[in-house]
Design a protein around this ligand. Structure first.
Ligand code: TXA
Ligand code: MG
Length: 329
């Protein structure tokens, strides 16, 4: 089997054992999760974590999520309020990241936490990621496995195209079933605050909390240097293909590539086109989103025209990503 840097490996027993060995010796491994592929390193190893920032070209003020295999391990890293614990028990493993106060003796590298006293944690709902976490027996810091600011990867091949040999091994778990990143909630105060809409819908969370979820206010004034409510990585321009992005398009213009949702929009017949979901299904659309953006980007178009996506359920996360993809760079 080929284990050269950047090689894609099957996520069988041999592949997972090799990946665990690489992680234990400070290497970088791309692992599949139910949301997107993550670029994993031993979260307790400063040098390994530094390699993540270098490989992604990621600014060091942007902290990483610590992935663990159990609630017990999560609670050894951070302090869970009763609401945080309820959410963790209800939704983990799953596409939910909780930001909590880090414990005094939290072993996660300060570099991974960008120097903050808080820590973002999640348990991924993916057999390969869980098997890897159990094999390495250490929390794994893992941002999405793309170049910083680019479209997130939902296939092993996307990781290889973005990061190549700067990753020691890419575990192939096939397409990510969910396709958008986890929902991030800050649980630093009494009431959880939504920092990033994602794969777990607001409706599911509100049903458990039995109250509406507050959203981080854009442009809110920072009153402390490490204001816990701000997700440092939520830059306006993110998830961006090379082509421009035109949102809420009702028809395609000359030279544009088309991304439909539901009924096909009018467009020149030569236009490259894909559909997020011909039947208008938001689950299917989120699973297809990032791969479709990458594929249309390769058509050489100057702009990708995207049909309106309804704002409810997974539409909240899809619209969030599209707004950032369309933001001025
Ligand atoms: O689905 C996901 O969440 C994927 C998979 C691989 O787990 N990971 C992911 O990581 O999307 P990343 O690094 O691309 O996005 C993590 C976000 C960033 O915007 C970062 O700023 C925020 O989480 N974050 C991390 N730690 C934080 C903290 N202590 N407080 C607030 N935001 C934090
Ligand atoms: Mg990311």
């Amino acid at each position: 089997m080929n284990f050269n840097p950047g090689a894609i490996s099957p996520s069988d027993e041999t592949g997972i054992a090799r990946a665990a060995e690489l992680l234990r010796s400070g290497g970088l491994v791309a692992m599949p999760t139910e949301t997107v592929y993550g670029l994993a390193a031993d979260a307790t190893n400063d040098l390994a974590v530094a390699k993540i920032f270098a490989a992604k070209g990621r600014p060091s003020f942007n902290p990483l999520i610590a992935h663990v295999a159990s609630l017990r391990e999560a609670m050894a890293l951070g302090q869970f309020s009763p609401k945080a614990k309820l959410l963790a028990q209800t939704f983990w493993p799953g596409p939910l990241t909780l930001v909590v106060h880090a414990r005094q003796d939290c072993p996660v590298s300060l570099l991974a936490r960008a120097g903050l006293n808080s820590l973002a944690i999640r348990i991924p709902a993916h057999n390969v990621a869980l098997a890897l976490l159990k094999a390495v027996k250490t929390p794994l810091a893992a941002p999405s496995a793309n170049r910083s600011g680019h479209v997130s990867p939902t296939l092993a091949q996307h990781v290889a195209a973005d990061l190549g040999p700067s990753v020691d091994l890419i575990l192939d778990g096939g397409p990510c079933t969910l396709g958008v990143e986890s929902t991030i909630l800050s649980c630093l105060e009494d009431e959880p605050v939504l920092l990033r809409p994602g794969g777990l819908t607001r409706q599911s969370i509100e049903a458990v909390l039995q109250s509406p979820l507050a959203k981080q206010t854009q442009g809110k004034e920072q009153n402390k240097e490490d204001d816990p409510l701000l997700a440092p990585g939520l830059m306006a321009s993110h998830y961006a293909p090379h082509a421009k992005v035109r949102l809420n398009a009702r028809e395609g213009l000359a030279g544009e590539a088309i991304l439909d949702f539901g009924p096909a929009m009018q467009a020149p017949s030569s236009a490259p086109r894909l559909s997020l979901s011909p039947s208008g299904n938001l689950i299917e659309a989120s699973a297809n989103l990032f791969a479709a953006l990458r594929q249309l980007d390769h058509s050489g178009c100057h702009t990708i025209a995207i049909a309106p996506i309804p704002p409810h359920d997974l539409g909240e996360a899809i619209n969030d990503r599209l707004a950032r993809a369309a933001a001025p760079r």
